[in-house]
Design a binder for this molecule. Sequence first.
Ligand SMILES: [Fe+2]
Ligand SMILES: [Fe+2]
Length: 176
Amino acid sequence: MLKAIGSKVNLMCNETYLAVEFMDCIKDVYDNEKVKKLDNWEQHNHTSRLQHSINVAYYSYIICKKMGWDYRSAARAGMLHDLFFYDWRKPSSLRTCNHAAWHPLVALDNAKKITELNEIEEDAIKKHMWPCTVVPPKYKESYAVTLADKLCAVIEFFDGIVFVRKLLGSRVESSI
Ligand SMILES: [Fe+2]
Ligand SMILES: [Fe+2]
């Protein structure tokens, strides 16, 4: 079953409106071979980079949908925000700055090679590490992606479900 960490929504269920709409937003990039290769890389603890990207995409989508913002761009940016293929824990002479500043640029470059990005998507990918990087996001959807990224990183670090249940409570959980 494909789902975002801490969520009960089966993203492959054709009868769940949220799942259908979310998958419609990300389908072209989710089906891309390069994006699927993210499954070979560990991101946080036992979470693959692909699962992390799905988590960030889904919660970016949820935040923006509830706020009446551009949820499609946020979901797509979430799927592509960590599209890089190296172990970030290992030092590399190829990186000209630290990983936090470097990988959003690599991800943006890789994302542009597999799909066309709008301005919001570009900004959200490039600025998702803010405030670790200096320039703040330009769009509210970019803030949603950077927030979802940090939230998901924490949940993944603590191995998710128990933590998120305590944090959000059952009322919120049942609605997402
Ligand atoms: Fe990242
Ligand atoms: Fe991330």
